[in-house]
Design a protein around this ligand. Structure first.
Ligand code: GDD
Length: 316
């Protein structure tokens, strides 16, 4: 069986590549762009096959899909940082929607019988009132950023291509996930990196922060990639599933957890640049539908994830 991971050089993609190789039952293919950094997947390179592909270019995607003829596609490649989407809304929409359409059309064109997982997001729920939590798949979608709108579009394109053409698409709405290799712009990594720099003495004991009151439901990326596999193995095409831990904490509590693994004394400073035009105040997911369908549940404790993340930044 052949599995194609778009965005294999990225955070979740590199962990998924690792997980699929550890299973030993799939040949792992990955797409990358010429300017992609390879540091997350250097250790995988002898065991995987890479295809250079610009997902926004239909020709490029057609060539890749025609050559590989995958049995499974994990579509993870995206512009995934919410603040970037305020600065580049057009680029975010184009990247996230056109790339996916090109994949779907290539699968149709070459009549590939494959299952496709698409990485949708809890950000789609957006404006959630506390009494609407924990969030089920049936909650309304009220996106609050261009990124979230692009994910709603990806989500509904998945729905539409399933119903119009019978493509075996499974949509996963993943809540926040983190762990080693998380990009440094995202809050967990950003704070962990700042703590590691303070420990080293390369930065004053001041942590720059944004909105600390927001609540997020964090799962370890190493659990999330197992969920992606379970989605294709056991999920129903056409369906959408939340992937979450079922517990939320404030960003401030997350920071306290990171600090509990360090001796440093810090001061907090709100950096106005880190505040968003509209932030999602609470994301707390209910993944009963997915758990009942696949048996998946996260096994790595939040504290372990945070400690591993801090150690990751200490080693950089
Ligand atoms: N990035 C960042 N930096 N966020 C901060 C900071 C900071 O210094 N201080 C507070 N925050 C708050 C943000 O305002 C937000 O409420 C929360 O921390 C999490 O921010 P991010 O880590 O940037 O993630 P996100 O929740 O916006 O989006 C992530 O999760 C989505 C799923 O819910 C991303 O991984 C998305 O790609 C993903 O779809």
């Amino acid at each position: 069986m052949k599995a194609l991971i778009t965005g294999i050089t990225g955070f979740a993609g590199s962990h998924l590549g690792e997980y699929l190789l550890s299973r030993g039952d799939t040949e792992v293919y990955g797409s990358y762009r010429l300017r992609s950094r390879m540091d997350h997947i250097e250790h995988l390179l002898p065991h995987i096959r890479l295809a250079e592909c610009e997902l926004k270019d239909p020709h490029s995607v057609n060539e890749m899909i025609r050559e590989i003829r995958p049995d499974f596609i994990f579509h993870l490649a995206a512009q995934s940082f919410v603040p970037t989407s305020w600065n580049s809304p057009t680029d975010t929409m184009t990247n996230n929607t056109v790339g996916q359409i090109n994949i779907f059309e290539a699968v149709r064109k070459f009549d590939i019988d494959c299952k496709i997982q698409i990485a949708c997001s809890s950000e789609e729920y957006g404006m959630v009132y506390p009494e609407e939590t924990p969030i089920k798949e049936t909650n309304p979608l009220r996106p609050l950023s261009p990124y979230a709108v692009s994910k709603v579009a990806q989500d509904y394109l998945g729905y539409q291509y399933y119903h119009s053409y019978g493509l075996k698409i499974i949509r996963t709405r993943t809540f926040n996930h983190t762990g080693p290799r998380r990009g440094e712009s995202f809050v967990t990594s950003n704070f962990a990196k700042q703590i590691a720099q303070i420990e080293l003495g390369t930065k004053p004991s001041m942590i720059y922060v944004g909105n600390l009151q927001a609540k997020r439901d964090f799962t370890d990326v190493r659990d999330v990639v197992k969920a992606y596999w379970a989605a294709l193995e056991k999920g129903d095409p056409g369906e959408v599933y939340n992937i979450s831990s079922g517990e939320a904490c404030t960003i401030h509590e997350m920071l306290q957890t990171l600090l509990s693994f360090s001796e440093v004394k810090i001061e907090l400073k709100v950096d106005p640049e880190r505040l968003r035009p509209s932030d999602v105040e609470i994301l707390l997911g209910d993944c009963t539908k997915f758990r009942d369908k696949t048996g998946w549940k996260p096994v790595i404790a939040f504290e372990q994830t945070m400690e591993d993340l801090l150690n990751y930044w200490r080693e950089q």
